[in-house]
Write a protein that binds this ligand. Structure first.
Ligand code: NOJ
Length: 706
């Protein structure tokens, strides 16, 4: 390869249309990858040019943001995370891969593994939540789903782990903002899901937009060379985010585009997304000795290795003939995913499941919002295929007696003119089901919010409906955990759906009518007030942890003397605790954990133990519980979190049935980067919990000793 041909492979452009200029560039070997070509014929035409008319005949890799489905849209990743279901997540990714390959797309920019502990950040929707263990397991499952058994299989696409690294910790939840993640937190939390997903065989990684502690990710050799290549033995390739390289000029990290190219190449960044500083400067930089040609050789080899592994040299073409896009099997899988991603937050007096003979008032802007129910990052899903809750009533749930009033045209609508109609509609029914939430455009990239209450006048609508004295079920469809504390008194039951995708409508009725039993658990903490952020279950203890019942704002006497009230860590106005903790979620049944048993009370490094408990379905319905295992390392060389998730299992139980739940815990599971920054388990005492949420569970303890 000539130097120019090598640099060409490192250049990714955004596709607009096929024209002479584009074909010319491909012929000259100036493009290694295109993103956003989605038409099979166009992909085939461009691959033909690359294979037959360029000197070396190197195929293109065609990328696209296939985040939660291409056409058949699954729940947003945050919703999928609520399923705690590795198989389900893997299958959703596989279906996305099948539909992508039909269009000639062979590379997706997913999964997004940014730990998100701030619901203001719009991209929390794309994340797998706040916990490194959950995000790591589900991220690895997504990688396996996208990439199949072999990258070269006809239904596989290459995955891309993003955004490396730390992007989710954007200060103040404002997108693209700087992050300040210290090294222990970076290693133990933010990098962990990436490590697991690299281990699962991910083919590519994307650098992030943010600077962490002053260093933009696209110029961060520590992350790319030391961590990714040296420590994790990653042998795929790294792509920048969209112009994240040239943006290092705005960051004030590079003086000009030439310096950008030099910094990124020397940091180990293989492919540049759209900003073209490589193609314009690398040859000159090599001549000047600022980027050694050996560096270029390594970078281009990383790219070609993946193209070879993907089988692109043999067949880069999209198949012709009928495909499986929107097939019944795909739609069924999307429906099952939506069922398992919903979280029941409240169910007073067992209002749910609803009796099918009841007359139902269906109200609200999200009851029939085919576009918005799909959620963020949907370019290809067509709303004509979306089954909204209203549409599901008109088709498969035809026997239900209902009345409908939209009340608000969309989530931000502030026009209350139809509230009276909504109230009258509610009065005609036995029970009111209100569909509120967020339009899809209110979350996702560049869509951060500083106020995360139900937007517009939706809370007022809910209050007006509650005032009818009819039982009210609130069903949300949102891209983030909203601050709904003020709404809870106005809903007797709350079914929380993160945007549920194409089949959200029937899935929701399946749950509301008890055809399915809710089983989702929260992958993120729900705060009471936005001012509590960041609040997450796996925090360190303070020296003065807050009490269970902290002093309240109104209990402070007038002209109270200066004091450090209560002497501990809480908010006077919103206390110590969140509204709903990580791992929380109700079922129509109830589950009881008993008889915690540890197979050992002492283990040595390298040893394993079993932690088990019995789980009984004490309710009336068959149901599925997500049993969770948490650990606390009581004393460490650095302070350790008050709880850390170390395992979960989904257990289905008939009414009255009991099963033994057994988790295996090894000393490796206790390892972390301590004071010396070497990953290992430290000797000492550990607490362990098995339960149905991060704030409950049976507690035991054991020690790790030499
Ligand atoms: C920018 C986003 O940050 C990234 O996630 C996405 O994959 C690229 N644009 C490509 O669309």
């Amino acid at each position: 390869m000539t130097l120019a041909e090598k640099i060409g492979q490192m250049n990714q452009l955004n596709f607009d249309q096929i024209n002479k200029d584009l074909e010319e560039k491909i012929k000259k070997g100036e493009i290694g990858s295109l993103l956003n070509v989605t038409n099979a014929e166009e992909v085939n035409q461009l691959q033909q040019v690359a294979l037959q008319q360029s000197r070396l005949g190197i195929p293109l890799i065609i990328g696209r943001d296939v985040i939660h489905g291409l056409h058949t849209i699954f729940p947003i990743p945050l919703g999928q995370a609520a399923s705690f279901d590795d198989e389900l997540v893997k299958n959703a990714a596989h279906i996305a891969a099948v539909e992508s390959r039909e269009k000639g797309i062979n590379w997706t920019f997913a999964p997004m593994l940014d730990i998100s502990r701030d619901a203001r950040w719009g991209r929390i929707a794309e994340s797998l939540g706040e916990d490194p263990y959950l995000a790591g397991r589900l991220g690895a499952a997504m990688v396996r789903g996208f990439q199949g058994n072999k990258l070269s299989d006809a239904t596989s696409i290459a995955a891309c782990l993003k955004h490396f690294a730390g992007y989710g910790a954007a200060e103040g939840g404002r997108d693209y903002n700087s992050t300040n993640i210290p090294i222990h937190l970076l290693r133990n939390v933010y990098l962990e899901p990436f490590r697991k997903s690299v281990e699962a065989g991910a083919a590519t990684v994307m650098t992030s937009f943010n600077d962490n502690d002053g260093i933009p990710a696209s110029g961060n050799g520590f992350l790319l060379k030391q961590v990714l290549r040296k420590e994790w033995n990653f042998d795929g390739f790294v792509v920048s985010d969209w112009a994240s390289m040239s943006e290092m000029i705005s960051h004030g990290f590079a003086a000009d585009r030439k310096e950008v190219a030099s910094l990124s190449a020397n940091a180990g960044l293989d492919m540049e997304m759209v900003s073209q500083t490589y193609i314009q400067n690398l040859e000159q930089l090599v001549k000047e000795g600022k980027v050694p040609v050996q560096v270029i050789d390594e970078l281009v080899k990383n790219i070609l290795r993946i193209k070879i592994r993907m089988g692109l040299f043999e067949n880069p073409f999209a198949p012709t003939g009928p495909g499986k896009t929107y097939s019944q099997a795909h739609l069924n899988a999307a429906r099952e995913a939506a069922v398992k991603s919903a979280v029941l937050l409240k169910n007073n007096n067992q209002l749910l499941p609803l009796d099918v003979r009841k007359k139902i008032a269906v109200i609200g802007p999200m009851a029939d919002a085919p576009h918005d129910q799909m959620g963020t990052w949907v370019f290809d899903g067509q709303k004509e295929y979306t089954v909204t809750p209203l549409k599901a009533l008109q088709t498969e749930y035809k026997h239900i007696n209902y009345v409908y009033e939209q009340a608000l045209a969309f989530s931000r609508d502030k026009n209350k003119a139809n509230f009276e109609k909504a109230v009258n509609t509610a009065k005609q029914a036995d029970v009111v089901v209100v569909f509120l939430g967020e339009e899809s455009i209110l979350s996702g990239e560049a869509h951060s919010l500083s106020n995360i209450n139900l937007i517009g006048v939706q809370s007022d609508l809910l209050a007006a409906l509650k005032a009818t004295n009819k039982p009210v079920v609130l069903v949300t469809m949102a891209g983030r955990p909203l601050t709904i504390e003020r709404d809870l008194p106005n809903a007797d039951a709350v079914l929380y759906n993160f945007h549920p995708g194409t089949m959200g409508g029937p899935a929701i009725w399946d749950l509301l009518f008890g055809k399915a039993n809710p089983s989702g658990k929260l992958p993120v903490t729900f705060v009471r007030e936005v001012g509590q952020i960041p609040m997450y279950y796996n925090h360190n203890n303070t020296g003065r942890p807050g009490p269970k019942n902290p002093m309240k704002l109104d209990d402070i006497p007038l002209e109270a003397k200066q004091s450090s009230l209560g002497n501990s860590s809480f908010y006077l106005d919103s206390g110590r605790d969140p509204l709903f903790p990580f791992g929380y979620g109700l079922s129509y049944s109830s589950f009881e954990y008993k008889d915690l048993k540890l197979s050992a009370t002492k283990i040595k490094p390298g040893e394993k133990m079993k932690v088990s408990a019995t789980l009984t379905n004490t309710g009336k319905y068959e149901g599925t519980e997500i049993a969770q295992l948490y650990v606390r390392d009581m004393v460490g060389s650095i302070a350790r979190p008050v709880k850390e998730l170390k395992g979960y299992q989904k257990i289905s139980l008939k009414p009255g049935e009991t099963k033994l739940v057994t988790f295996e815990l090894s000393s490796d599971d206790l390892a972390f980067y301590g004071l010396d920054l070497v990953k290992k388990a430290e000797n000492g005492m550990f607490n362990v919990w098995v339960g149905g949420s991060s704030d409950s569970g049976l507690k035991g303890s054991f020690s790790l000793e030499q």
